[in-house]
Ligand binder design. Sequence first.
Ligand code: FAD
Ligand code: SF4
Ligand code: SF4
Length: 425
Amino acid sequence: MLDPQRRSVHRSMVVVGGGIAGISAAVEAAEAGYEVTIVERNPYLGGRVAQLNKYFPKLCAPTCGLEINFQRIKKNPRIRFLTMAEVESISGRPGEFDITVKQRPRYVNDRCTSCDACTEACTQTRPDAYNMGMGTTKAIYLPHAMAFPMKYVIDDNACRPEACGKCVNACKYGAIDLAMPARSIHLKAGAVIMATGWDPYDASRIDNLGFGHSPDIVTNIMMERLTAPNGPTGGHLVRPSDGRAVKRIAFVQCAGSRDALHLGYCSAICCMASLKQASYVIERFPDAEVTIFYIDLRAPGGYDAFSRKIQASGNVRLINGKVAKIVETAGDLVVEAEDIQAQAKRRVAVDMVVLASGMASALARGKPPANCAVDDDSFVVADGTMPGIFAAGCARSPGDVSAAVQDATAAVMQAIGAIQTAARG
Ligand SMILES: Cc1cc2nc3c(=O)[nH]c(=O)nc-3n(C[C@H](O)[C@H](O)[C@H](O)COP(=O)(O)OP(=O)(O)OC[C@H]3O[C@@H](n4cnc5c(N)ncnc54)[C@H](O)[C@@H]3O)c2cc1C
Ligand code: SF4
Ligand code: SF4
């Protein structure tokens, strides 16, 4: 018999962000019996992990972790996902949230077979966002070779459909609809999980590190793409400026992080990311010379063994000091820094510099939806001040994949608790 005291609540959740935290949360909630909608801004799921070459500590390909989750999403009828979509507003209370989502048009429908005939016909190009602007794609493009969903998309900033339409004629499957409108979608949910993740801090704002002045000064996420087999160079580690092999490389830690002028906090994983990227260089060039300039090297979450192994390779030199500037001299980049331990100035000539740029909250791009509280750095406040709204992964604070996955489980448990409490009235 129904208990008259029990409120009727939505046994469903909306997960904002389809990175590793969001998809882990969605899968867990659905497997616990809840209906879930993932709202993802990109045309594909997977978030930043999909852009990594390998991920620590095991250095496996990101596809191995993501693919399992994509299969679980495909097979679970309780999970629905919206790509190219963002939450406009959240109102209501635990058990009874109303969420409005704005979905941009993809211009390509479910009939797309990924045959690629349209890109041959298309004459317009756009910067390749997946490869961090290194290279271009056509205006109609597949976001990346392992994209989920495996469906093409048109970038309407690059395309002039009214004057063109060549791709429509090239597509045998009737998959392109240049008149596809934007949609406003209304969802109801018992709880919301924010899993909006991170963006690389804009390194061009750090005046002394020369990002934007030389193409051979790159950020750490660009380094992931430069070494990935599906990256702009096919995984060959060469300088963007002239194609020279990168055998001497410098990593500049805390590029933007732990700096009151930029990000006042430690981004938690960039020391580990640089050590991992040192291993990318050494595996290609056994005689590589790697110099890491650091304030203090942080290996959180039991990563000491990984850190020690890379440092013991014999190719890695650690210099404890802040980089003053990076200059171009006779085809090399010269990194100038103060070596605190030796109490001396260092000038190190290298082929390429990687800035270990910090992780900024993706919510810093714009105003978060009402009801969602963020701190001064735009990370979601997870202190119980927003009943029914929870956060997981880098939406909450910078961290690694395993922390994001654990966080997702915790957020789902809290969301289930909130829905059950609401149901009891
Ligand atoms: C250079 C570098 C290397 C790294 N290497 C490793 C490694 O080897 N091993 C490891 O464990 N960790 C590594 N990390 C950390 C790893 O990238 C993060 O732990 C992971 O991305 C966190 O996942 P997430 O889902 O929280 O965020 P994200 O991966 O950022 O996913 C968030 C998702 O939310 C979407 N989104 C954002 N805003 C909105 C919005 N308003 N509406 C809808 N959708 C939105 C985004 O498009 C994205 O798909 C590395 C980080 C860096 C900087
Ligand atoms: S949109 Fe059409 S032509 Fe382009 S990949 Fe899809 S099916 Fe092929
Ligand atoms: S309509 Fe747009 S996407 Fe299609 S071929 Fe022309 S420019 Fe390319």
